[in-house]
Design a protein around this ligand. Structure first.
Ligand code: CA
Length: 234
């Protein structure tokens, strides 16, 4: 059996595969969450924080390779790429975008589970996913380097307290997309956060004072009424 609470995010658009994987993996003791396309996968990834991702390459709208790259900007979680035929993916490409392993369809569940367990064993315990991406993120004239814990706006260093830094990181990783208030709170304060949600408003206000030209007319961190915030990518 898998270790308790080992959660797998299955990203797959073919319903027959999804059903078979859910049944098979649950029988092996995994918790299973499934996404049918790349965007759903990224949203679920943030809310579920899985221990491993099984990622189909051919997905509607957003390719599995792009999903893989995107996940790698925020986490070192083991990713196993699943492709329908060998021709769909060059192994090297798969590994270049940060995947840990790949499996070709049709595969046997037993083989897949063996590879999943191997990938899970390879995760160094010190590298937990909260230490952010390994590379700097740059959106427009805002640059965030998680490794050095530095932020530059228009080339000028800006000092940010830890939580403001974390909020900015989540927004930048998702630049151009709406980040819901719940997702921001989950990612920065943890899923069990019970404090006042005004805390987030305060952090956004302070961030704007540091990254906006005119904080009263935000051009970078914009409010999406009723949903959350978006970091403008253009
Ligand atoms: Ca597919």
């Amino acid at each position: 059996m898998a270790a308790p609470e080992t959660t797998v995010l299955v990203v797959e658009d073919e319903e027959s595969f999804v059903e078979a994987l859910i049944v098979g993996l649950k029988r092996e003791g995994f918790r299973v969450k499934a996404a049918r396309d790349g965007e759903e996968a990224l949203a679920l990834f943030d809310s579920v924080q899985p221990d491993l991702v099984l990622l189909d390459i051919m997905l509607p709208r957003m390719s599995g390779l792009d999903v893989c790259r995107e996940i790698r900007t925020r986490s070192r979680v083991p990713i196993i790429i699943v492709s329908a035929k060998t021709a769909e993916i060059d192994t090297v490409v798969g590994l270049e975008v940060g995947a840990d392993d790949y499996v070709t369809k049709p595969y046997r569940l037993r083989e897949l589970v063996a590879r999943m367990r191997a990938a899970l064993r390879r995760v160094p315990p010190s590298l937990d996913e909260d230490d952010g991406g390994v590379d700097a993120i740059e959106v427009g004239d805002v640059r965030l380097d998680a490794g050095k814990h530095e932020v530059h706006v228009r080339g000028r260093r800006v000092d940010l307290p830890l939580k403001e830094f974390d909020v900015l990181e989540v927004l930048l990783v998702n630049a151009g997309r709406v980040v819901t208030r719940d997702m921001l709170i989950d990612r920065v304060w943890g899923a069990n956060y019970v404090g006042d949600t005004k805390t987030l408003d305060v952090h956004i206000k302070r961030l704007r004072a540091k990254v906006e030209d005119d904080p009263s007319i935000p051009q970078r961190i914009v409010t999406i009424r009723g949903l959350g915030y978006k970091f403008e990518s253009s």
